[in-house]
Design a protein around this ligand. Structure first.
Ligand code: BGC
Length: 771
């Protein structure tokens, strides 16, 4: 009896306990993502849902211990900037052991051009035109970052920039939609190890979150965070393709831009985040606001208060809120009052949970954090770096702009004077988004050249100048960046440094001057109105020129500079951007001919700031400037020569290449058909070398004004001395299509010009007709 009376009570308890036992991720559903996520969502309280949307980092306002408590209370979905297992482990333990639903945290970080090992900055990577090198960079970064517990990176940055005043030009991949789209794809594939959208990432992969959606590179006047106002046709044809390419390649995340897009901040832009991203492009993944962007809706003047800011952002489609607390504070009230439907909140939470599922965190929350006993004893150990690929990619990222009288390569028996503020600058060499790279591990040009000349020639060194003598600029850069040694100033009088450099130069056979910007000059919030070398460096170069010694400029900078004097006066110029941890070795490899430069400009170099924008693929005009036919009333600046100082696609080699005329397989292309364009490239010089054969197309007459030419394909190839290779490009309608005035994507019948060259200016041309 006793038992019979007790049994129903026990059974009732057991029945109650059954759902409780699964009040957490249900392992039985782990192979069915939608069911798994739905099951979890069903169990969540309103507060727990809102908690999942919160992305914060440890900081003065949020010490680690407090953060762990917040996590245990189900009030945090992820952190950014925790890249240390010792820091992450207790946070993940708080999530999976102490929070009610045991939902794992995600750990995010800005992994841009490398992580522990710094690779060349975006513009440098783009200069390689080498998608294997790009993929290798992202893959290596993912291996290093995942070993540091990172699950997701805020990268790649694929913002097209046609305005080098914008400091973040350094971070993106240049001005061309096709090239940047190819790189976007390769970066995503590298980070995610080829894992497509919606599939679970492996341990050594990290999720890519393409940024900054959208059009951040088009901020007015190149001034960071400024507005963007753009016609839909330009948007669709020129600026949007790279984001789309990253998403098509499987990027699991999207970071939303800080700027406005035609009058509405991207963060509250329903058209952008719903209609375009989700509906038209079919993006299924997580969106992140940029740092503090939801709060900034008030400063933009579209939200009266925090409540309205939160409401606008969640309704527009911002899933995770980075760094601001307005979701946490306001969403519960907004949902309770019915101003934000629960469904809207659920949509955001579903994406966050789905992203965590795809990161593999529900399968194994400590996947990338590992066990304490396996923690690397020294996070910064040199053995954790990948120096060989970094050196290889850096070599490929350099652009030989000029090489008069074959000044380069320099013979290894020579006495070389190395001068300039960037010759021995390990911090700058790393580039600005250098992740967890350690400046003491980066190889400066001075070290690289010393090593290359060991036992042979002689290296003399003098600093010669500071990057700038402008105290306000130095102060600003020190404030902007995070390294205590950020900008190193030599306290000597400028003339004293120049005199020393000149005396050094006089003892040498050749002078190598490492000049340009300090890395912080090409960064977030570092727009410039002038793009010439700072005066201190110009004075140094003029004094060096006066010695009559051959003058080689090694340029380190994160954006196109205006290099008029330099072009006219230097014997050789090598654009090295910021080449990364192995930069010094890689540059020395090129200077002394152990590597033959093969980079091509991914962005036009303007003559002056007044000439910006100077992009090669500009729309056709009614009164274009025609070289050789100077006349009145054509589109030009009358006070300086027209066109870029160095065009898009330009880059020399230590060998020479010649290109045959273009042959087309047919002068007509039927609908749905193809035309093959071929050229033969010959290495006419005496060294093996790589070059990039570039295919441009012009739509001769269309329903709307189209660009003078557009890059549509390219091939990088290695040729031995005397070797010839035929390059064939297949042209289908996809290469002719564009968004017309009604934003329909199609190829219009008519004549097309096919132009093939080794840069965007000197091309061979043939025409065909699309029926
Ligand atoms: C930048 C983002 C970056 C974020 C987190 C922001 O200021 O605009 O690109 O991902 O900070 O570091």
């Amino acid at each position: 009896m006793k038992f019979t009376t007790k049994r129903p009570a026990l059974a009732a308890l057991a029945a109650l306990a059954a759902p409780l036992a699964f009040a957490q991720p249900n392992p039985a559903l782990i192979d069915n993502k939608p069911a798994f996520v739905a099951d979890l969502l069903r169990q969540m309280t309103l507060e727990e849902k809102v908690g999942q949307l919160r992305l914060i980092s440890i900081g003065p306002e949020m010490p680690a211990a407090q953060l762990a408590e917040e996590i245990a209370a189900g009030r945090v979905g992820g952190t950014f900037n925790s890249i240390n297992h010792k820091e992450q482990r207790p946070l993940q333990e708080a999530a999976v052991n102490r929070s009610r639903l045991k939902i794992p945290m995600l750990f995010a970080y800005d992994v841009l051009h490398g992580h522990r090992t710094s690779f060349p900055i975006g513009l440098g990577l783009a200069s390689s035109w080498d998608m294997e090198a790009v993929r290798l960079t992202a893959r290596t970064a993912a291996v290093e970052a995942s070993a540091d517990g990172v699950d997701v990176t805020f990268a790649p940055t694929v913002d097209i920039s046609r305005d080098p005043r914008w400091g973040r030009t350094s971070e993106g991949f240049g001005e061309d939609p096709y090239l940047v789209s190819q790189i976007a794809r390769a970066m995503v594939q590298g980070f995610q190890n080829g894992t497509p959208a919606g599939k679970v990432l492996g341990r050594d992969s990290i999720m890519a979150s393409v940024k900054h959606f959208a059009l951040y590179g088009a901020v007015e006047g190149g001034r960071d965070y400024n507005i963007v106002d753009m016609s839909p046709m330009r948007m669709y044809n020129d600026y949007l393709p790279p984001y789309k390419a990253a998403i098509d390649a499987g990027a699991g995340g999207v970071m939303i831009a800080l700027n406005t897009v035609n009058g509405q901040p991207a963060t509250s832009n329903t058209w952008l985040l719903q209609d375009l991203l989700r509906k038209d492009w079919g993006f299924r993944g997580v969106t992140f606001s940029d740092h503090g962007a939801i709060t900034e809706l008030m400063r933009h003047g579209v939200a009266r208060d925090e409540r309205e800011a939160a409401k606008l952002a969640i309704k527009a489609g911002v899933d995770m809120s980075m760094a601001d607390q307005v979701y946490l504070k306001e969403l519960p009230g907004l949902v309770k009052s019915g101003e934000v439907p629960m469904k809207t909140l659920d949509n955001a939470v579903r994406e966050v949970l789905g992203a965590k599922y795809d990161m593999g965190l529900f399968h194994a929350p400590f996947l990338r954090i590992g066990k304490a006993e396996d923690d690397p004893p020294d996070l910064k150990a040199d053995s954790r770096l990948h120096r060989a690929p970094a050196r290889d990619v850096a070599r490929r990222s350099m652009v030989l702009l000029e090489n008069r009288n074959r000044t380069l390569p320099i013979a290894k028996g020579a006495t070389v004077a190395l001068v300039g503020p960037l010759a021995d600058a390990p911090i700058d060499m790393m580039g600005v988004w250098s992740g967890q790279a350690v400046w003491k591990q980066s190889v400066t040009l001075r070290t690289g050249m010393e090593k290359a000349l060991e036992g042979q020639g002689r290296l003399l060194y003098a600093r010669g100048a500071n990057v700038t003598e402008d105290k306000a600029i130095v102060e600003y850069l020190n404030f902007l960046n995070w390294d205590e040694h950020e900008v190193v100033q030599d306290k000597r009088a400028p003339q004293e440094m120049i005199d020393e450099a000149v005396a050094t130069a006089k003892q040498a056979d050749v002078v190598v001057a490492a000049v340009g910007e300090s890395r912080g000059m090409s960064h977030e919030s570092s727009s410039r109105t002038r793009l010439d070398l700072p005066e201190s460096q110009q004075a140094l170069l003029k004094a060096l020129k006066a010695t009559g010694k051959p003058l080689v400029l090694v340029l380190m900078n994160g954006r196109p500079l205006t290099l008029n004097w330099e072009k006219a006066n230097a014997d050789a110029m090598l654009e090295t951007w910021f080449a990364g941890t192995e930069g010094g070795h890689a540059i020395a490899d090129v200077l002394f001919g152990d590597a033959n430069p093969s980079g091509k400009l991914p962005i036009s170099l303007p003559r002056s700031v007044g000439q910006i924008p100077t992009y090669y693929n500009h729309p056709r005009l009614g009164r274009p400037f025609t070289p050789g036919k100077p006349g009145n009333y054509t589109s030009q600046y009358f006070d300086e020569p027209q066109g870029a100082l160095y065009p898009f696609g330009h880059g020399l080699s230590y060998t020479d290449f010649s290109l045959s005329d273009v042959t087309l397989s047919s002068a007509r292309m039927p609908r749905g058909g193809k035309v093959e364009a071929s050229v033969t490239v010959t290495n006419t010089g005496e060294r093996a070398g790589e070059t990039v054969v570039q295919l441009y197309i012009q739509d001769v007459a269309a329903s709307v004004v189209r660009p003078v030419k557009e890059l549509k394909d390219f091939r990088k190839l290695m040729l031995q001395p005397g070797e010839k290779k035929e390059v064939r490009f297949t042209i289908g309608e996809d290469k002719l299509a564009f968004y017309n005035a009604k934003l329909q994507y199609l190829a219009e019948p008519g004549e097309f010009k096919v132009q093939i060259g080794l840069d965007s200016q000197n091309v061979k041309e043939q025409g065909f007709e699309l029926k």
